[in-house]
Design a protein around this ligand. Structure first.
Ligand code: AMP
Length: 291
């Protein structure tokens, strides 16, 4: 496994690999690697000759300095995770390597970037697409693996590739969960035991919402009310430090992320909430065609 810190060196290596007619699978991450990232790596392995994982906590996508500072970082542990997973290249640039100062440029995102996560975290998606653009420019032609865990990010990056004509194929990977239902996330590291139990409210809310869609409910409002009630039920009796403060529980169209009044096809149920001071997101597909 090769560890590379400098963008130019990573770009040269990617060019060399493609020159040898070998395909590249890129897995962009912010580190604190877990089974969700592992699944992306596994998919990348099965479809490419070479797997490159990038590890970079991108300051541009944090709207809150405290959140950026508290984001878990442990390169040594991540490197052994990657080595065990059979990763070929780890690209772990420093902040000034990736975003040389002074920063003049940024990729803007319109409508889809301003709703949901973008509404709660202004500037978040501009930060995401700016760093993803840089990664795609460095890597060149490749397949890039993104988790459905960050559903809005996946939709925006898919559109980015289409609109900016990157020679990149985006491969979505389903959400990986603990047996409890909790979606794996680097942020889970910041939860204490009681907060971890509280965090189950998110996936339970989604399962409850999906169940009523499967049973024939077609009103988005009713499905959202079921999700909210389930989150509230799960949070009853928890200490204040584990309170679940819901940001949104919504039904959206799986492609456009627009909220329909009536469900008439594949939709995505989205939930965002704070548990203590940790912001968590989760989502699940449901199909209004069935039932
Ligand atoms: P992050 O390091 O949190 O920025 O995530 C890097 C990539 O891993 C993103 O494409 C995420 O959507 C994906 N990812 C994170 N958690 C999960 C999960 N539980 N299941 C599937 N993909 C995930």
């Amino acid at each position: 496994m090769r560890l590379i810190k400098h963008p130019a060196e990573f770009r040269n290596l990617c060019e060399q690999i493609r020159g040898e007619r070998r395909s590249i699978g890129l897995v962009p991450t912010m580190g604190a690697l877990h089974g969700g990232h592992g699944e992306l790596i596994k998919n990348a392995h099965s479809q490419n000759d070479v797997v490159a994982v990038s590890i970079f906590v991108n300051p541009l996508q944090f709207d809150n300095l405290a959140d950026l500072e508290k984001y878990p970082r442990n390169l040594e542990t991540d490197l052994s995770f990657c080595s065990d997973a059979g990763v070929d290249i780890v690209f772990a640039p420093g902040q000034n390597d990736m975003h040389p100062e002074p920063i003049l440029f940024e990729v803007k995102v319109r409508e889809m970037g301003d709703i949901l996560e973008g509404a709660s975290r202004p500037g978040h998606f501009a930060g995401v697409v700016t760093v993803v653009t840089k990664l795609f420019i460095l890597t060149g032609r490749c397949k890039a693996y993104f988790g459905e865990k960050d559903f809005q990010q996946l939709a925006i990056v898919g559109r980015l590739v289409e609109e900016l004509h990157f020679p990149v194929e985006i491969v979505p990977v389903p959400v990986v969960r603990e047996p409890s239902g909790l979606a794996l996330s680097s942020r889970n590291e910041r939860l204490n035991q009681s907060q971890r139990r509280a965090a189950l409210a998110l996936s339970r809310g989604l399962y409850a919402g999906r169940d009523v869609v499967n049973k024939g409910e077609r009103s988005s409002y009713e499905v959202e009310s079921v999700m909210v009630r389930e989150v509230e039920r799960m949070s009853e009796g928890l200490p204040n430090s584990s309170a679940v403060v819901l940001d949104y529980a919504l039904v959206v169209d799986s492609q456009t992320l627009v909220r329909p009044d009536r469900i008439s096809g594949p939709v995505r149920l989205l939930i965002a909430a704070k548990v203590g001071d940790v912001r968590l997101i989760d989502n699940m597909g449901a199909n209004g065609d069935q039932g």
